[in-house]
Design a protein around this ligand. Structure first.
Ligand code: FAD
Length: 432
């Protein structure tokens, strides 16, 4: 069977797409730009507080990274804890780490409350060490997390690794039982329905082209010009992630859009699936140019990585099937004769400091920079932005750290230097 160049998750969604509102309202309290996890969770939380909110999505809800990811609902942040503490100090990182744990709870709570059928399961994550030095770092990291944040992550020596993974290429691992897995396309469809039920008006195929602020008698308003007409809003949330456009230029120049690609195999026999991942963990390795992988609920191996650094195109997606196929066999030689049935790609929103950021920019609320941790983080940040707009909270620890623009050549819309960044990370992987 030829490989489908399409997202496997999309074919598993059983609920009908949420109904897009027919007409744009003339004015709303809050306009949300982008209908992924972040925008939809913000809209749901605002609508539940009685706020008049509209979500403006250029494509279909979840079309961006939210439908295309690995479905790993992860604790922690992209950077290791010792690096974070060196950079921001213990107290700030304690708050950030607590937020990361809370974000997994936040997804679980929404799934429960809204009865979203998306295979949410606290199966835990396993990080595997590609070098002995990486494994030595796990020991220090786990001790630090235990001591400073009272959270337990378990270090797995290589002798015990067979109980976690059917691969013998790693030097050991680290398990966090609090992480979870879900089906992202079903989750985002459920979130859209939940926001709609709560009273948010949802507008698919509505691209925001321009946002202008104006002030009348001391009251500030935003006018959003969209492909379907104009809407006036008291507040704006930018939840456009890696797909941020020139409609919000200040945010666009801070985002580094990086491609990530995934393959999914044919359905595996149950005993082979159990051999590859006995505890059904969400797995990723310790490299910069990392692989991440897991079983799907129907026992396919879903294997992702940065096969090309550029955001996805038909060409990079096609090349990824081969590159990731080879990578999968180095991890799991057992899959040598297994067919790859799906390949797709998406774009991650990185920032220069590899951290998520949120707060206000040009008087508009925003959250971005979730990189590979956005299933939990984007959901959580969406609810926090709703809390900030409603005056329930002032800030988050991520609003207090500096948010620098990306260098020209890496920033959204001008990514010609991305292959150099890719090369740099390959060199780092070789030497560190
Ligand atoms: C291949 C891949 C694998 C990943 N794996 C994982 C994983 O396993 N675990 C994890 O935690 N994270 C993972 N991520 C990251 C995660 O998917 C994202 O961080 C998260 O989905 C971001 O959600 P969001 O709502 O901020 O943005 P998105 O879901 O990208 O939504 C932004 C939306 O904004 C819309 N938009 C942009 N501009 C405009 C405009 N001007 N007008 C109207 N609409 C606009 C876009 O169409 C888009 O739909 C992965 C990402 C990719 C690409």
């Amino acid at each position: 069977m030829p490989i489908h160049e399409e997202n496997y998750w999309l074919g598993t969604v059983t609920t009908p797409p949420v109904e897009s509102a027919r007409h744009l309202p003339e004015s709303v309290d809050v306009a949300v730009v982008g209908g992924g996890f972040c925008g939809l969770s913000a809209a749901r939380a605002l609508a539940k507080r009685g706020v008049k909110v509209a979500v403006l999505e250029a494509e279909t809800f979840g079309w961006g990274a939210s439908c295309r990811n690995g479905g790993m609902v992860l604790t922690g942040m992209k950077l290791p804890v010792p690096t974070l503490i060196k950079r921001y100090g213990k107290e700030v990182v304690r708050q950030m780490y607590a937020a990361s744990l809370e974000s997994v709870d936040c997804v679980e709570q929404i799934v429960r409350e809204e009865k979203i059928d998306c295979n949410f399961s606290r199966s835990g994550h396993l990080e595997v060490a590609c070098k002995q030095t990486h494994f030595d770092g796990y020991q220090a990291s786990a001790a630090l997390v235990d001591r400073e944040f009272h959270h337990r992550v378990r270090v797995i020596p290589s002798s015990e690794l067979p109980s976690e993974i059917g691969s013998d290429i790693y030097f050991g691992g680290m398990v966090d039982e609090s992480s979870a897995g879900l089906n992202p396309a079903r989750y985002v469809a459920g979130l859209a329905h939940a926001a709609h039920r709560a009273g948010a008006s949802l507008h698919g195929h509505t691209r925001v082209e321009r946002i202008a602020a104006s002030s009348h008698n001391g009251t500030r308003k935003f006018r959003l010009q969209t492909s379907q007409g104009a809407v006036v809003a008291r507040e704006v949330i930018l939840a456009s992630g890696a797909y941020t456009t020139a409609a919000s230029p200040a945010l666009q120049k801070k985002i580094i859009p990086i491609g990530s690609y995934i393959i999914a195999t044919e359905v595996l026999p149950a005993d082979l699936a159990r051999e590859l991942s006995p505890r059904n963990r969400m797995i990723y390795d310790s490299k910069h140019f990392l692989y991440y992988y897991r079983l799907t609920p129907d026992n396919r191996m879903l294997f992702g990585g940065r096969a090309a650094f550029f955001p996805e195109t038909a060409n990079t997606v096609r090349q990824s099937a081969e590159i990731l196929g080879r990578g999968m066999i180095t991890v799991y030689p057992q899959l040598r004769d297994t067919k790859i049935e799906y390949v797709w790609g998406g774009t991650l929103d990185f920032t220069l400091d590899v951290m998520p950021h949120a707060g206000k920019m040009d008087d508009m609320y925003f959250a971005a920079g979730f990189a590979g941790h956005g299933v939990a983080a984007a959901t959580w940040f969406g609810t926090k932005l709703a809390g900030m707009i409603s005056g329930e909270i002032n800030s988050t620890p991520f609003a207090e750290i500096p948010f620098r623009a990306a260098p020209f050549g890496l920033r959204s819309g001008h990514t010609w230097a991305l292959p150099l960044a890719g090369l740099w990370y390959r060199i780092l992987d070789f030497f560190t």
